[in-house]
Write a protein that binds this ligand. Structure first.
Ligand code: ZN
Ligand code: ZN
Ligand code: ZN
Length: 369
């Protein structure tokens, strides 16, 4: 039996509400609700909303027909509402005293406007101001969920690198579909993306896999990830990039890849608690720039990852946020030479007191298949 992490998350959220002067937190669709309750709201015209007063019992207001999907937990009371009831009035009635409200950033505007219309004298803030820093620092259960997702993605990467996944003669789209099938077979419940970019297409970082047939002598950049349920039914994301080359790469390509791997490994090593996100980005960028490829590394070094594929903290120039224990993020520098080739190398890393905890272990070299 695994101890559910939700009681602890509620306690930390309430502490952050007190500190941030928030009387009631309101959460609807989006990742904040499953983080706290294990339940992901359906994006429906019928309102689902967790009403969490700083003091007192939290209530999950949910359409009656969705209620059977909610796994009830001691941290909240379930309040199913019927078709003729007014969920806005129900939510209003459940708010704690005090009008300082924080509402989930992704709540549909129609519900926000209805709630605002009925509550004069209140102040509204984004829930991310309360929950953002909490969700960025992964707890032990979350790190293990990310580790499991990373290991599953590694197994797909290994199939790619070992030549088990046929490349030559197939289209990018076919290989993308196979990567997706394999992510599911390895335990992901959802495929979020599977970029396959062959030859010159690899120079476009977010290339859409198409009907291009992969040919011998080309590089194939594969960047794929999905969501995998943890023990409580909350999805955590994987995200990995590996490149393979069909046959021997040119000398120039081999040189570029050698620079990339050096930059990526240096940035991983730099991702220690206390170092700023900007400095981690700069570590990769300095090496690539010194080798003459600075212009060809045109995106940030990485992004936070958790319930969402992209979340705080962002590993980007200008983000002076120091890494804290539990921060989870990608390290994914790239070198993109327009019209010719591109490389990216990506691992997920957790900043830990003991040093960078790398969640991907698939071979980092340019695999020759
Ligand atoms: Zn990307
Ligand atoms: Zn990726
Ligand atoms: Zn990524």
């Amino acid at each position: 039996m695994v101890t559910a992490p939700f009681a602890d998350r509620f306690a930390r959220t309430r502490a952050a509400m007190v500190e941030g002067a928030v009387d009631t937190l309101l959460l609807s669709v989006g990742p904040d609700l499953p983080y706290l309750t294990g339940y992901e709201a359906m994006p429906l015209e019928r309102l689902t909303m967790l009403v969490l007063p700083a003091e007192g019992q939290a209530t999950l207001v949910v359409p009656r027909l969705e209620a059977p999907r909610v796994l009830e937990r001691p941290e909240f009371t379930l309040r199913p509402w019927g078709e003729t009831e007014d969920p806005i009035a129900i939510v209003q009635g459940l708010m704690g005293p005090g009008g300082r409200l924080a509402i989930g950033d992704r709540t549909w505007a129609r519900f926000v406007l209805d709630l605002q219309g009925r509550g004069p004298g209140t102040t509204w803030r984004k829930a991310s101001e309360v929950l953002g820093p909490l969700r960025a620092r992964k707890d032990a259960a979350e790190v293990e969920a990310l580790r499991a997702a990373g290991a599953a993605a590694d197994r797909v990467a290994f199939a790619l690198q070992s030549g088990e996944i046929e490349l030559a003669g197939r289209t990018e789209a076919q290989v993308s579909a196979e990567l997706g099938r394999r992510l599911r077979a390895e335990g992901h419940h959802r495929v979020n993306f599977a970029i396959v970019a062959a030859g010159a297409n690899a120079a476009s970082p977010h290339h859409e896999p198409g009907e291009v047939v992969i040919k011998p002598g080309e590089v194939v950049l594969c960047d794929f990830g999905g969501s995998m349920f943890d023990d409580h039914g909350v999805g955590y994301c994987s995200d990995i990039t590996r490149c393979v080359h069909l046959g021997e790469p040119s000398e120039e390509m081999a040189e570029a890849y050698a620079v990339l791997i050096e930059a990526q490994q240096a940035a991983v090593a730099a991702a220690v608690v206390g170092t700023s996100c900007a400095e981690v980005d700069a570590t990769a960028r300095r090496i690539i720039t010194a080798a003459g490829w600075g212009e060809e590394f045109m995106h940030r070094t990485g992004h936070g990852i958790g319930i969402e594929e992209h979340e705080d903290p962002y590993i980007v120039s200008g983000n002076e946020t120091p890494l804290e224990p539990g921060h989870a993020f990608s390290i994914e520098p790239g070198i993109y030479v327009e019209g010719r080739f591109g490389f990216r190398l990506e691992d997920i890393v957790v900043a830990a007191v003991s040093g960078p905890d790398v969640l991907n272990h698939a071979d980092h070299d340019l695999a020759l298949v």
